[in-house]
Write a protein that binds this ligand. Structure first.
Ligand SMILES: [Zn+2]
Length: 455
């Protein structure tokens, strides 16, 4: 199929290594890749005179690289706004989450995930990491295709027009001391890590928008002597490896009681940490944990709006960055799907903790929301507006009620997901004029959530 080269003229574009956006950037795209970039002011005009601009499509506002949502559980979106009636904590919220998990099958999950991923596309998210553990039937038995639920997620991402890293999650036990899965958790389990690896190996989606990585659910859910099986599976494939880490003080206490060390130390001992590993949350690390994460070049995915929603606490983002930990962002439970909100929370939460301002520069927030996140999901050629990179372009309005009068560099402190005007993924327009081109997002969300919500 012949591919027409495309020229976009961005009013502002945020280019790699630049502290702030550049005005008037001509972005040329062919076959899903950026082939040329010309900042017109710096170049003294367009490369071949004004002619080259005739067929360029203007992009008013600020064009960012595609945003990356590193940590998602798509089905949690069905809980939004339903868990605020009483008191409780992470653990009482989890019971409500399990009630939804119990009601999903490959068809209802496809419908729900398609709508959720399309909501992400509307928010400028071009790539999502799905931390997937709803593998089997509610009673724990396998579907005819043991990867039917994962396949539904891959298909959902294709419908929504976003790329997906399916992080196939090993989930074997319900506590650090190895208690068996029970009730709604039964469908998460593969018996042991060897059986998990067999199933994960069998799942090889051919779709160019998807790739498979691995996840250790947490030190609660994978026995210490089986951690290395998951880590080796990922390492053999040079695939991303993710793990929930120290989201709750209770997890740290249990791990110390059973293993005599912190969850981070346990993961280090069993080969889970490393440059292709992303620890999700890491809200309650010790100083020693931060050293282990930094020295092993493990990344951390912060999920500030979920951590806020679940009363988890505030992760020490600045201390992490200071020991060389690469930070990325995820919307996790989807209490909010807005990477601008996640990004500014990294700075604003530090302000609340320290009562001082100025911990992260705007470009640091952009990097966490784009380049670092794509790398954590195994798409190193995305998340930058650069020649050769995937043509993921997210254009944000600078004339909305929220962004009017805001300098482009201030967009992460002003914009909301609703200010995303256009989204291009791999050179293809997915969102135009603030609307998804193939999914009626509000209608599909309503129907899909109603279908899985307990009466
Ligand atoms: Zn999670």
């Amino acid at each position: 199929m012949p591919v027409t080269p495309t020229r976009w003229l961005a009013e502002y574009a945020w280019l790699p290594e630049h502290a702030e956006p550049t005005p008037d950037v001509l972005i040329e795209v062919e076959d899903g890749r950026i082939t040329a970039l010309t900042p017109l002011l710096a170049a003294g005009g367009p490369p071949a005179g004004i002619e080259v601009l005739r067929d360029a499509t203007r992009l008013p506002g600020l064009t960012l690289p595609g945003l990356s949502n590193v940590h998602s559980h798509a089905f949690h979106r069905a809980l939004r706004g339903r868990t605020h009636g009483g008191r409780g904590d992470f653990w009482t919220w989890r019971d409500q989450m399990y009630a939804i998990a119990d009601r999903l099958d490959p068809d209802t999950y496809l419908a729900l995930a398609r709508a959720v991923y399309a909501e992400m596309a509307l928010a400028g998210i071009t790539c999502v990491g799905e931390f997937h553990y709803l593998h089997h039937r509610p009673d724990g038995g396998a579907y005819a295709d043991p990867n039917a639920m994962g396949a539904a997620l891959v298909e959902a991402a294709a419908h929504a027009g976003v790329r997906l890293t399916l992080l196939d999650t090993c989930y074997l036990t319900s506590s650090v001391d190895g208690q068996a899965l029970a009730g709604p958790q039964r469908r998460f389990g593969d018996g042991d890590a060897t059986h998990w690896a067999e199933r994960a190996t069998a799942f090889q989606p051919a779709d160019p928008h998807a790739r498979v990585g691995a996840a250790v659910h947490s030190v609660r859910a994978v026995p210490a002597d089986q951690l290395r099986t998951v880590a080796d599976w990922a390492r053999d494939r040079q695939a991303p490896l993710h793990v929930h880490l120290s989201e709750q003080p209770a997890e740290n206490d249990e791990c110390r009681a059973v293993h005599g060390r912190t969850p981070t130390a346990l993961l280090a001992e069993h080969g889970v940490l490393g440059p292709d590993t992303t620890a999700v949350h890491a809200t309650h690390p010790t100083s020693g944990d931060l050293t282990l994460l930094g020295e092993s070049r493990t990344g951390v995915c912060l999920c500030p709006t979920t951590e806020r929603d679940l009363a988890d606490g505030i992760g020490p983002a600045r201390r992490m960055a200071d020991v060389g930990i690469r930070l990325s962002l995820g919307s996790d439970s989807h209490a909010v799907i807005d990477l601008f909100e996640e990004a500014r929370a990294v700075e604003l939460d530090e302000r609340l903790r320290t009562r001082r301002r100025g911990h992260f520069a705007p470009v640091d927030l952009l990097t966490a929301a784009s380049t670092a996140g794509h790398a954590a999901l195994g798409w190193a050629d995305a998340g930058r507006i650069a020649v050769g990179a995937r043509a993921d372009l997210v254009t944000v309005r600078l004339d909305s009620a929220r962004t009017a009068g805001v300098p482009p560099v201030g967009v992460f402190f002003a914009a909301a997901a609703a200010d995303v005007e256009q989204v291009v993924v791999d050179g293809r327009v997915v969102v135009a004029e603030g609307q998804h081109l193939s999914v009626d997002v509000p209608a599909e969300l309503s129907a899909a959530i109603e279908a899985v919500t307990p009466a």
